[in-house]
Design a protein around this ligand. Sequence first.
Ligand SMILES: Nc1ncnc2c1ncn2[C@@H]1O[C@H](COP(=O)(O)OP(=O)(O)OP(=O)(O)O)[C@@H](O)[C@H]1O
Ligand SMILES: [Mg+2]
Length: 356
Amino acid sequence: MSGLSIKDVKKSFGAVDIIHGVDVEIADGEFVILVGPSGCGKSTLLRMIAGLEEISAGQISIEGRIVNHLQPKDRDIAMVFQNYALYPQMTVAQNMGFALELAGVKRPEIEHKVGQAAAILGLQPLLDRKPAQLSGGQRQRVAMGRAIVRDPKVFLFDEPLSNLDAKLRVKMRAEIKALHQRLKTTIVYVTHDQIEAMTMADKIVVLQGGRVEQIGSPLELYDRPRNIFVAGFLGSPAMNFLEGTLQETGGPALSLSGGSRVKLSQAPANSANRSLTLGIRPEDIALGGENGVDAVVKVVEPTGSETHVAVEVEGKELTWVVRERVELSPEQHVKLSFETAKVHFFDRQTQQRLEA
Ligand SMILES: Nc1ncnc2c1ncn2[C@@H]1O[C@H](COP(=O)(O)OP(=O)(O)OP(=O)(O)O)[C@@H](O)[C@H]1O
Ligand SMILES: [Mg+2]
């Protein structure tokens, strides 16, 4: 049985349609991440699951039970927001136990559950502190503790890490993933950080403009994006795109408008003279190769472990990631080759993926 089922769910605010019929099936215990650009409807979808926002059409069920008309408190869901909104006058322990207190749970049981959650989250030494005496990451953990004590069927997270600095975000990312591995509770997690999505999710749902673009495991989406939007959205630095015409005489090649030819080892069937968009990830570009294309180095950015190089091919900027140490300087002319087994093809008109 599905842990959480979202069927043809729509949402309008007044006359404005925001969510246009979203279908997502989430298995019990699955960690699902909703990603997409700002305003695509991620928070709205999450709030509809939580019952904080009415749905305009469709059906949401949790463990087989339709919850469309259930109050948030009756849905057996706990939500953690971006601004974790702890009660400043309460201690960590009181913050974590408050929902149980409201629900009329007896004191010894509250203490037991708060103790358990604190142990899971490493919060035991902090139980008597007030939120003002905690770091950002510790506050975030208390907010999660508040959700955990309720032992819900589903956790909902709306960009819980976006208020944290980069280093803490990486640490909390690992903590949330470890937490999920221990608790095995279904999680729906919203972010617009595609690295969070890639590293934490069992399954990613890519949304754009209130519609699902693709659903799949992180690597399915990375390796076989269904369209140019998904291809460009997942991956950092982002995938490069080159437009050209496919030529098949003398072996497949993409002919760019300025006359450069990108040799290919394969191409979509029956596509001679077709206008294609070729996608190539920055790490699948290499220096040299006898069939390489001419490129000009523009900006060299060493990150330590790798170097990001902005290059121009026929005046169009591409990003190239180099793992080895290389000596490159601006305005240097280089030949670049693409790992042909790893290029992606898209129809230029429909933007849909074409299999080679
Ligand atoms: N209560 C509301 N009334 C009218 N429009 C709303 C309301 N809530 C959200 N919207 C609109 O719905 C769209 C989706 O908003 P939503 O908050 O779900 O986006 P999001 O994907 O979470 O974006 P972000 O990444 O910026 O948080 C936006 O265009 C927003 O302006
Ligand atoms: Mg949002």
